[in-house]
Design a protein around this ligand. Sequence first.
Ligand code: NAP
Ligand code: G4F
Length: 373
Amino acid sequence: MKIALITGITGQDGSYLCEQLLAKGYVVHGMIRRASNFNTQRLDHLVSDPEVYNQRLFLHHGDLTDSSNLNRLLERIGPTEIYNLAAQSHVKVSFEVPEYTAEVDGVGTLRFLDAIKEAGLQKRARFYQASTSELFGLVQEVPQTEKTPFYPRSPYGVAKLYAYWIVVNYRESYGLHASNGILFNHESPRRGETFVTRKITRAAGRIREGLQECVELGNLDAQRDWGYAPEYTEMMWRILQQEQPGDYVCATNEMHTVRDFCQNAFTTVEMPLTFEGEGVDEVGRDASGNIRVKVNPQYFRPSEVELLIGNPEKARRELGWEPKVTFNDLVGIMAQADWQLARQEKAARALQQAVLQSLNLAGMGTTTKMFEP
Ligand code: NAP
Ligand code: G4F
């Protein structure tokens, strides 16, 4: 029987991977962090299914900073495949919590590998590490491949660089079946709302429905190779099905600016934008001249990764992996989903307003300002 352990199962990738492994007949165990609120929204459809939850899907509290917990989980579960997706995954936030990011994203990976070795699971368990195109940072070559030298530009990138090399080291030293997926940005309607793509599609839907005036962004010139998350989690599985472990770039080989993403998203919600001005004075206006996109230096990073574009040739050749969802498809999927959410939010607000008015309490509880990196 195939038994998977997924860290970061509550995140974007963890939730898609969990669905895919269950569909392939795996028993799936997930590590979740204790939180003061429920944090399993992306898994709710599985957790509420009595034929799945506690039958083929099991959740365990844990944290990558706690070795004793990792040891216990490995001993109890005896996984055949381990997907290490847990991380403090926000690049800008890593400048504010560099030490914590190193602990979780860097040393956390070492804790896991060492726990596998100490538990004597190196022959039984295959290990996938969520490596990242942020390793390339200040890119030394365009497009980036498995052979491009690394030059990380953030505490996040540096922590992930340690994780990358410790995976290689444990593979070479102790014969672990341990692999790195060097994944370029991948997005979906489940993407966290403070990553730029989701921030834009959320804003486009809400602005279209009159729930928000404008969205403030950072560097509009940054270029990324954006793919569709479920295709990337499928690739993680393919890597672990290989007889030999290895390291693979996973990307679309297409690159677009943040500005392009905005234009495409606002066009999807039938509110095309025209950009004018430069630098911090650049704005995006709708057809009536209203400003819908502004630049706010608050969202700039101390050091920026200006461009990323990957060449997934090795994955195509060795794993038969090829992304099918194009940039336009991806923006369409996300903007349509968030437009739908905005319509629901508008309807819920109207209902709330009507109830408050009938109670003579109108105006309470409608703030939309959020804390955001
Ligand atoms: P995500 O949505 O931010 O999910 C991160 C997951 O890690 C969440 O489940 C989070 O739990 C968990 N986590 C955070 N700190 C933890 C800790 N100390 N102990 C245990 N769990 C912890 O990220 P994602 O987009 O799915 O990405 C998955 C992985 O791929 C990450 O390692 C990320 O760095 C890497 N990656 C992502 C991309 C991308 O474009 N998405 C590209 C390359 C690499 P909570 O839900 O409780 O916060
Ligand atoms: O969406 P982002 O925050 O993603 P970033 O920094 O590329 O990191 C993501 O992808 C990595 C893979 O390359 C993962 F390893 C990592 O875990 C994460 O999933 O920012 C993308 C670009 C940046 O250049 C940023 O400066 O968009 C720019 N940007 C412009 N305005 C913004 C904003 N980013 C955010 N988050 N918010 C803005 O308002």
